[in-house]
Write a protein that binds this ligand. Structure first.
Ligand code: N2P
Length: 352
């Protein structure tokens, strides 16, 4: 771990803590038009935001959400004014179906030529009509090496009563119900009520072992040793691995969830031109590589891959083995069957 990298980690934390609800990216200021971005926490290198602000004479205001469902609920409740969002692909499909997203103007996005065609072949919106892939995310288990006895790379670790109170799972319906479904050998996109009831029973069995369901602070909790084993996202874990060399990330043997968070412009954006400029900036190969090296998620920008350092290129949890892809799944928009997941989730939340 280099000093500079450890310093970046601390900068993330300082910025997150300093943020009230709405803050200027990079913790800086400035004049000009404001691009309002609604995204996940610690999901862009602050220096890149400042560079874009300088190059475009604007300010970027970052507001963060914890889950796709929380972001969607806030928009549906009338929160407007955003120019750019980064939902996962299944949520992009749902929002697109409801007319909530703009069609993108490719004339303003020459850097789309760099987007990885292998990823686009798997993408829901492969033509990038209304979304551009931003980051590929692998969900897994992170733990502290040497502090968890008999560590097995399996979702069933959450059933370990000896780790009671020292584990967390994501406060994310599709991820957490998905983890239980995977543990049982079912698809994370099942619409079979019996399978979902089994997943519900398993999650309720695991719940007493969990300190909480949480999506942001688990990283610091793991690095500090408050938690010994957490359900989390690869890039977040690699960010805090810089703070604590005992942090390890594993993809469970039953398979996992792979997702892509996409750049989309909500219908009604007042700064759609600037939003396009930001999407194009994020896909400049040098910018994409710099962002990936900093946040440790993979921007699927093929030209940028050659600019990445050997540590990133050689990380099998960032550049996934085909074998891991084969046993993993991407969350799909399951339409009305989503209600079945909401029922499992509500019962889990109200269980003791
Ligand atoms: C970044 C969270 C990753 C996004 N802090 C999961 N979709």
């Amino acid at each position: 771990m280099s000093i500079a990298r450890g310093g970046f980690g601390r900068a993330f934390i300082a910025c997150s803590l300093g943020a009230a609800f709405f803050f200027t990216a990079g913790c800086g200021g400035g004049g000009g038009p404001v691009l309002r971005v609604y995204t996940w926490s610690d999901y862009i290198k602050p220096e890149l935001v400042r560079r874009f602000e300088r190059e475009h004479g604007c300010r970027v205001a970052l507001d963060t959400f914890e889950s796709n469902e929380a972001m969607y609920a806030k928009l549906k409740a009338g929160a407007g004014g955003y120019d750019l969002l980064t939902p996962s692909s299944y949520m992009v499909s749902l929002m697109h179906g409801q007319g909530m997203l703009m069609t993108l103007d490719h004339a303003l996005l020459p850097n789309l030529a760099h987007v990885d065609p292998d990823y686009l072949a798997r993408a829901v919106d492969g033509a990038m009509d209304h979304s551009v892939p931003y980051m590929l995310v692998v969900t897994g288990i992170a733990y502290l090496e040497g502090r968890v006895r008999d560590m097995t790379p399996s979702w069933t670790m959450f059933g370990r009563a000896d780790l009671r109170g020292r584990m967390t799972m994501l406060n994310d319906m599709r991820e957490t119900v998905g983890a239980a479904l995977k543990a049982l050998g079912y698809s994370i996109n099942t619409t079979n009520g019996d399978e979902l009831r089994e997943a519900e029973r398993l999650l309720i069995e695991w719940k007493p072992n969990l300190a909480k369901l949480e999506n942001e602070q688990y990283k610091i909790g793991l690095a500090s040793g408050e938690f010994l084993l957490v359900h989390g996202w690869n890039g977040d874990v690699f960010q805090v691995a810089q703070e604590n060399p005992e942090v390890r990330f594993v993809v469970p043997e039953e398979g996992t969830i792979i997702s892509c968070d996409d750049l989309v412009v909500p219908a009604g954006s007042a700064q759609a031109g600037l939003a396009h400029a930001f999407i194009n900036f994020l896909h400049e190969p040098r910018v994409a590589a710099e962002n990936t090296e900093f946040i440790h998620y993979l921007c699927p920008n093929r030209t940028s891959y050659d600019l990445l350092g050997p540590e990133t290129r050689g990380n099998p949890s960032i550049f996934l083995d085909p074998e891991v892809w084969a046993r993993s799944e991407v969350i799909a928009d399951i339409g009305a069957a989503n209600a079945l997941y909401v029922r499992v989730w509500d019962r889990l939340k109200s269980a003791k």
